[in-house]
Design a protein around this ligand. Structure first.
Ligand code: NOJ
Length: 582
């Protein structure tokens, strides 16, 4: 057997920026309320269900919980279409249920992050209804992005922008007298009209909404579409490069192919930034929000969902007077290749560290193919948001995907900074690729006429108990998206206490991460293992991940964590190991 050689040198060191705030090193668990736990048995998860299951998250070892939107909403985009920002949707419970949830979470040592959706409201929001009922040019219309159409009688939309979910970004309204009227902008579904963030009234309303939830005790906000709220003046036409109309991301990135540029120098070959993403004006909003959070004690956090490239640009969202963290989508979409991973880790630590912010790491969320499936797809992965389903030509290999997912998570949780987990990944859940068409709910599916499956496959309610109705999601067996019949083996109770289960791997990784203060550490690259290996030290810990086919000889030491069984002192393919000194 040929073995990769052992390292001889430490080549570079990167650490995360210093600071004492809890979120700099936190592991944050995303709860998707519809699919986490359902106390009423109606098939949709709710706040009481979440509260009952919080002890399981405390025991898993995470620091905080991010709740996807639970506000009042017609649920056209699963709650990312808010009709009242200061109330809980009856589907999920009541404000009292929320108060109980947050009190319980805090008593368990878990922080709670709400999901704020400021780019757009629901079309059922009273502000939008008032805008529709008000004349052109009125203050009510100025809260949204209304424009005249082009062409004879304005029958064409104001520009050629395409919605992220497919089709035009513009919808025409009908006047009270039945004549066609103005058009309004919606980056997403037509039920999600974009607000006009140039309007001070809108800004003032949101400062009030933030205070409403901060007063109720939330520890911060994940901010939806934090790159989209200001549009380029004049709303110029834009033609995206092929497959560009995603939330800003692509299916996968091979960072090894990137040519580095000097900081601040634009890549002349890069496609132009769409005129609705990443405009300079958004930063003033984050400075205002920073000030609102600073009125409150206890290091409240703002996390940006900002789909912009490159990482240096993402870092602008987390300058000291703006937000605290931004999701690292470049990391999420990096190919399962060692050079690419090393590169993106370096670039992340440098970009975020350069502005004094912690790097963040994420592999899955409610918008992307679960990494236990995605990592088996490689270059065949569809563009972000397109999803996979029964008719897809590529099908991920479950065993390969899970093996790589476990190895990938074991790299991620050893990195300094803050990491995000998506519910169910601790169970090794794959994407549900067999969801029947009739069950689909994602607006992407409808707006593309079924051409793109969308994101439902990662949103199926998660399994808690192998032998219970709906795998313990509720007591009735109802489920808003049908659960696969072969998920019993993934259920939490089927993995508890089982050596080698994915649940136990996560528990153990989170425990060691905390004990060894990996979140507050640094990355020292270890050279000499060969190009298919990611090897670094974080403090006393040595982390080695073998992404290639050739087994790697392990150094002497105590194995703290292994994503697969280690036999004979060698690290097999698609496996990560954490080694401490004896
Ligand atoms: C990003 C959210 O994560 C996604 O689920 C949603 O559809 C869009 N923003 C629109 O709010």
């Amino acid at each position: 057997m040929t073995l990769e050689s052992t390292p001889d040198s430490v080549v570079s060191a990167q650490s995360t920026a210093p600071g004492s705030e809890w979120w700099r090193t936190a592991v944050i668990y995303q709860v998707y309320p519809r699919s986490f736990a359902d106390s009423t048995g109606d098939g949709v998860g709710d706040l009481v269900g979440i509260t009952h299951r919080l002890p399981a998250l405390a025991e898993l070892g995470v620091d905080a919980v991010w709740l996807s939107p639970f506000f009042r909403s017609p649920q056209k985009d699963a709650g990312y279409d808010v009709s009242d920002y200061c109330d809980v949707d009856p589907l999920f419970g009541t404000l009292d249920d929320f108060d109980t949830l947050i009190e319980t979470a805090h008593s368990l040592g878990l922080r709670v992050i709400a999901d704020m959706v400021p780019n757009h409201t629901s079309d059922q929001h009273e502000w939008f209804q008032a805008a529709l009922a008000s004349p052109e040019g009125s203050p009510e219309r100025d809260r949204y992005m209304f424009r005249e159409g082009t062409g004879p009688n304005g029958y064409l939309p104001p520009n050629n922008w395409e919605s992220v979910f497919g089709g035009s970004m513009w919808e025409r309204v009908t006047n009270a007298d039945g004549t066609p009227g103005q058009w309004f902008l919606h980056i997403f579904d037509k039920s999600q009209p974009d607000l006009n963030w140039e309007n001070p009234w809108v800004r003032e309303q949101f400062r009030g909404i933030l205070r409403f939830w901060l007063d109720r005790g939330v520890d911060g906000f994940r901010v939806d579409v934090a790159h989209g709220m200001i549009k380029q003046a004049g709303l110029p036409d834009y033609t995206p490069p092929a497959e560009g109309a995603s939330m800003g991301g692509t299916g996968s990135v091979d960072a090894s192919e990137f040519t580095p540029l000097e900081p601040g120098i634009q890549d002349p070959t890069a496609p132009p930034e769409p005129p609705y993403w990443g405009q300079e004006g958004v930063h003033e909003i984050w400075r205002e929000w920073h000030q609102v959070l600073a009125e409150y004690p206890g290091d409240r956090v703002l996390c940006a969902e900002a789909w912009v490239d490159p990482l240096e640009k993402v870092a602008l969202w987390v300058r000291p007077d703006e937000m605290s963290q931004a999701f690292n989508f470049a990391y999420m979409f990096t190919d399962w290749k060692a050079p690419a991973l090393r590169r993106v880790i370096d670039e992340s630590l440098e970009a975020f560290g350069g502005v004094g912010a912690p790097a963040t790491w994420v592999l899955s969320n409610h918008d992307v193919i679960r990494h236990a499936s995605r990592l088996a797809l490689g270059a065949d992965a569809p563009p972000q948001g397109a999803g996979i389903g029964p008719g897809s030509t590529v099908k991920p290999d479950r065993a390969l995907g899970l093996r790589r997912a476990r190895a990938a998570t074991s790299i991620m949780l050893a990195l300094p900074g803050s990491a995000y987990l998506y519910q169910g990944e601790e169970l090794g859940l794959p994407e549900d690729i067999e969801l029947p068409d009739a069950a689909r709910q994602d607006p992407t599916w409808f707006r593309t006429g079924g051409e793109k499956y969308g994101r439902d496959g990662c949103r199926v309610p998660i399994p808690w108990e192998a032998d219970a109705p709906a795998y313990g999601f509720n007591a009735t067996g109802a489920s808003w998206l049908p659960q696969p019949s072969d998920w019993d083996g993934y259920a939490r109770d089927a993995q508890e206490g089982i050596v080698g289960s994915t649940l136990e791997l996560y528990r153990s990784a989170l425990r060691s991460r905390r004990e060894l203060n990996l979140g507050g550490g640094s990355v020292l690259w270890l050279n000499g293992y060969g190009s298919s290996v990611v090897a670094f030290r974080n403090g006393e810990l040595t982390v080695i991940a073998n992404l290639g086919p050739v087994p790697v000889e392990l150094p002497v030491g105590r194995v703290v964590l292994a994503s697969e069984q280690i036999v004979g002192g060698v690290l097999p393919t698609d496996t990560t190991v954490w080694i401490a000194p004896n």
